[in-house]
Write a protein that binds this ligand. Structure first.
Ligand code: GAP
Length: 476
């Protein structure tokens, strides 16, 4: 399987060096699989979140957004099936005591094989997972002599299930405290509010409820940077429909979501569908949208046909009716749900992976190179850098005028230190689509040099046009 570990490591280093993503609590040697977003990472993440939110809510008259709490009544997770079913098959290496998720262990090994052998191994694994055949999975690991990365041995325990939810205590006095969970998905906050939103918003089926928020999973295999974290952010939408129409709505959202990914300027060849073989406990159909990360094609988003599983369960456990009266067919029913669920952190990593480019710009005369992040302008953390050529002769004052005009509309960055070349390179490295240089000619004729990040082309334009040029690109 073609992967590019070097590129992946380079992206991780770049994210740290340029203020996108840091290891959490780094001064205490970090916390495994937990990350903090720095000044540019937080802005990139916000831009992606806002773009998703707008495309779901503002652009769909029948989808509204909510913001539910992370803490939920503990029965929620009993009803949803997470207490009993939200677990992964794990295996421990007896020599290193290191625990692995079985599918990750096998997938990691498959990455070292030729394409055909890898595909055959993955197919065998998927068949065994589907059957919950734990003895078969252990045998597959042993037959392939898959080693523990730490001990280097094949001394494995049996395969067992481990629940991925984090629990904590609610209440200050220990006798009163009750165990609650940090939500492992945002979706349940939507299900339990289904009737609140439907009634207060007078929503008619089909309609959707969208939400963005943190989710928590005690992932055992904590590697792959922000791809797999213990605290992460999801952007989910539950689309409530009439029973029997789930096939057509599933097909609709499958296509819509792929269109959304393409609208981020991703190369279509880097996107693919992957149908689920082993369905989650709530789904009757499920597909992933996968992106070709430097570590291979991996899931970014899931589209799941969840039937009426969740609402029926909540109706049963709460004893409250969660039905909808459909005036068109004069019937009460529990709606079916098609869900779209995308990880915001994975989406950030996808955008970073697509944007990251190391370029050799050497000529016969001199060696040169740059690292550029070719973000779509709408997602770039900074849209415009304003750079006076010198710190004197009134150039900073003119640059400040341009800043004052533009910063009300989009994020700008002002810098007057170092050579223009160095300043351009720093902006390339954080993905700023435009740099504007104010020079002595600006004082004479009011024009500035605007430099385009990807082509590095420079052109002279009236300073009065800069705002419009940038705005036009952001709106693309
Ligand atoms: N409500 C359905 C649900 O949660 P999921 O496939 O388990 O489905 C949806 O998760 C998305 O959340 C995934 O496609 C992925 O992008 C993201 N995600 C899941 N676990 C994650 C983790 N540990 N770290 C980062 N993102 C994660």
């Amino acid at each position: 399987m073609a992967t590019d570990q070097n590129k992946f490591q380079a992206i991780i280093s770049h994210c740290k060096e340029y203020g996108f993503i840091f290891q959490s609590s780094e001064i205490y040697d970090g916390l495994s699989a937990v990350y903090d977003y720095g000044q540019y990472g937080a802005q990139l993440k916000k831009n992606i979140r806002d773009y998703w939110w707008k495309s779901m809510t503002q652009m769909h008259e029948n989808i509204v957004g909510i913001d539910a709490a992370i803490f939920m009544h503990p029965t929620t997770w009993k009803a949803s099936g997470h207490v009993d079913n939200f677990s992964d098959p794990m295996i421990d290496n007896k020599d290193s005591n290191k625990r692995y998720r079985v599918d990750h262990l096998i997938e990691g090994f498959a990455e070292t094989l030729e394409a055909d052998a890898a595909a055959a191994l993955i197919a065998q694994m998927e068949e065994l997972l589907k059957e919950n055949d734990f003895a078969g999975l252990k045998k597959l690991i042993e037959d392939n002599k898959i080693k523990c990365a730490v001990s280097g041995t094949v001394n494995w325990t049996d395969v067992r299930q481990f629940n991925l939810m984090f629990s904590t205590q609610l209440g200050s006095v220990s006798e009163e405290a009750s165990e609650i969970y940090l939500r492992p998905e945002t979706a349940q906050g939507i299900f339990v509010n289904f009737l609140n939103v439907q009634k207060t918003g007078r929503m008619k089926i089909p309609f959707g409820i969208a939400q963005v928020g943190k989710a928590f999973r005690n992932e055992i295999v904590a590697r792959q940077f922000v791809f797999r974290m213990r605290e992460f952010e999801q952007m989910e939408m539950q689309f409530f429909i009439r029973p029997g129409t789930q096939k057509e709505w599933y097909a609709y959202w499958k296509e819509e979501r792929m269109k959304w990914h393409k609208s981020l300027g991703l190369n279509p060849a880097n996107l693919q569908y992957h149908d689920h073989v082993k369905l989650a406990h709530y789904a009757d159909a499920a597909v992933d949208i996968e992106y070709n990360f430097p570590i291979g094609f991996k899931e970014v988003e899931g589209i799941h046909s969840r039937t009426d599983f969740d609402l029926s369960q909540h109706q049963q456990y709460s004893g409250k009716k969660l039905q909808y009266f459909d005036p068109e067919i004069n019937q009460n029913y529990i709606p079916y749900v098609v869900e779209t669920s995308i990880g915001l952190d994975r989406c950030c990593l996808m955008i970073l992976s697509e944007a990251y480019e190391e370029q050799d710009l050497s000529t016969a005369e001199k060696q040169d190179s740059r690292v550029v992040l070719k973000f779509p302008a709408k997602l770039a953390p900074i849209k415009l850098a304003v750079l006076p050529l010198t710190k004197k002769d009134g150039l900073p004052e003119i640059a400040r005028e341009l800043m004052a005009e533009c910063k009300q509309h989009f994020y700008c960055y002002y810098e007057e230190k170092d050579s223009i070349g160095k300043r351009y390179r720093r902006q390339d490295a954080i993905g700023t689509p435009f740099c504007v240089t104010i020079d002595h000619q600006t004082k004479e004729d009011g024009t500035v040099t605007i430099r385009h990040r990807d082509s590095m082309a420079q052109e002279r334009v009236p300073m009065a046009q800069v705002k419009e040029i940038v705005m036009k690109k952001i709106m693309e």
